[in-house]
Design a protein around this ligand. Structure first.
Ligand code: MN
Ligand code: MN
Length: 463
């Protein structure tokens, strides 16, 4: 039951559209390297496409009706878009749910120190990372510093051509005999992922400050450039990510290499599918969550009430809110939990089971279940629902494949699917296959990106 390679089916028109999608996607990866940046960029694009914020719509007092395009944002890190359909909301929605947070290194609350005339920022990593992958490469600093006066300063260092980058050192190979004997998990310790940010001491400092003259100079620069003090780190969210733009990958330019493709590849293709919808029969929804990489926790994660509250507001705006209609709207919804899948990697073939692996270029991946060790922690999609989804994909000539994450008992992973399933809605995981998932640079196939967008649109139309 081998699935076909999507590239072989493409007409010239397909190829053109695929390239266009890949190019827009690369630009999105460059604009959104943090969850906040993703929300900001997508709000901009949504508004340009006629979407109005839920708050604005509510304040206007206008009734919400079929054809309306509405978005809601929570704490600048989670968002939901709704394109109101002709059927009552109580009949359920077709939902695409992806996440916009990615593994990275977060700057600690009290991060700045100097050691032997080098200045550093201390970090705590976020999500599942192989720590040894984050040393000795150009890194960028993205985020916000919230000040006591109520203002928020945006910081981006390391992306513009003329910007400096920051860096984490590794031990030179000449002295690494002992280090190389360590287990990969211990080669670079989490507490040692400290960002080198300066080496130039400030001149003319008083004697008692001479020991920290490099740090003082860094603080002077921060004051000058951003008007922030050392104490302002206490209320900052600064993220260290790989510096540089997403690129075409391969001599044949068939792939995209970039940071944060888990899960922005599904988030962006879901978003694009939303924008392509005319007034739908069933309400279309695209939900983009934060904190998936650390368990979907917190006010901006899938476990929060953000989504449920937004749907309640919609019902109220339509003049038909009740607790029961909210429950019905959620229970009768269908969802694709749009999250990435592990692409089969011949270099590490022994960790995959070939018949049930996802392959680059064979289209969007359906994962009936995720989880680990006997499907633990998984949402196991209903067979009837899998049948419905594969029929939709076939009807719309979408290339798709089915897979699970690696061999049985090798490892596993989770998504937001099981949380949405708590409402009683039908959910299945479906997304793009990725090579080197969670590495600073991940790789996807342009054909899969294109098929994902096609699949998501087909689902919004027909689920
Ligand atoms: Mn993911
Ligand atoms: Mn992930």
């Amino acid at each position: 039951m081998e699935r076909k390679n999507a590239w072989l089916s493409y007409t010239e028109k397909d190829e053109k559209e695929m390239e266009l999608t890949a190019e827009k996607y690369r630009r999105f990866l460059d604009a959104g390297k943090t969850e906040r940046e993703c929300v900001e960029e997508l709000v901009k694009q949504a508004e340009a496409a006629g979407y109005v914020s839920l708050e604005k719509k509510t304040a206007s007092g206008e009734k919400i009706q079929a054809g309306d395009k509405i978005y809601a944002v929570g704490m600048k890190k989670i968002m939901a878009l709704f394109h109101i359909g002709q059927e009552p909301l109580e009949a359920g929605m077709n939902i695409l749910g992806a996440h916009i947070d990615s593994p990275r290194l977060d700057i600690k609350q009290n991060p700045l120190y100097e050691d032997t005339e080098l200045a550093y920022l201390d970090t705590h990593y976020y999500g599942g990372v192989k720590k040894y992958q984050w040393v000795a490469l150009p890194l960028a600093l993205h985020g916000v510093v919230a000040k006591k006066d109520g203002t928020t300063v945006k910081v981006t260092v390391g992306e513009a051509e003329e910007d400096p980058v920051v860096y984490i050192t590794d031990l030179l190979i000449h002295l690494a005999g002992k280090q190389m004997q360590k287990k990969a998990a211990d080669v670079i310790e989490g507490e040692n992922l400290d960002i080198l940010i300066g080496s130039r001491p400030l001149k003319d400092v008083p004697d008692d400050q001479k020991k920290e003259a490099v740090k003082s100079n860094v603080l002077r620069i921060l004051k000058e450039k951003y008007d922030i003090e050392e104490e302002d780190f206490l209320s900052a969210e600064l993220e260290i990510v790989p510096a540089g733009r997403a690129r075409d990958c391969g001599l044949d330019r068939s792939m995209v290499a970039g940071y944060g493709q888990d899960d922005r590849v599904c988030a962006y293709t879901s978003f694009l599918a939303m924008l392509e919808m005319e007034t739908p029969v069933r309400t279309s929804c695209c939900l983009l969550t934060d904190k998936e990489e650390i368990g979907s926790v917190g006010a901006t994660g899938m476990q929060s009430r953000f989504f449920e509250n937004s749907v309640a507001e919609l019902l109220e705006g339509m003049g038909c809110y009740s607790e029961l209609s909210l429950r019905r709207a959620l229970r009768r919804s269908c969802m694709l939990s749009s999250d990435v899948s592990a692409g089969y990697d011949p270099a590490y073939g022994e960790f995959f089971e070939k018949k049930n692996s996802a392959y680059l270029g064979r289209g969007i991946v359906l994962n009936k279940f995720t989880g680990a060790r006997g499907k633990s922690g998984s949402n196991d999609a209903n067979a009837e629902y899998v049948a419905k989804v594969r029929k939709i994909f076939d009807d719309h000539a979408v290339a798709f494949q089915t897979a699970e994450l690696g061999k049985v008992d090798i490892g596993g992973g989770g998504t937001i699917a099981y949380i949405a399933a708590l409402y009683g809605m039908e959910v299945i995981d479906s997304g793009v296959a990725v090579l080197s998932m969670h590495a600073p640079w991940e790789v996807t196939s342009k054909a899969d990106i294109y098929e994902a967008k096609k699949a998501y649109k087909a689902f919004l139309l027909d689920a």
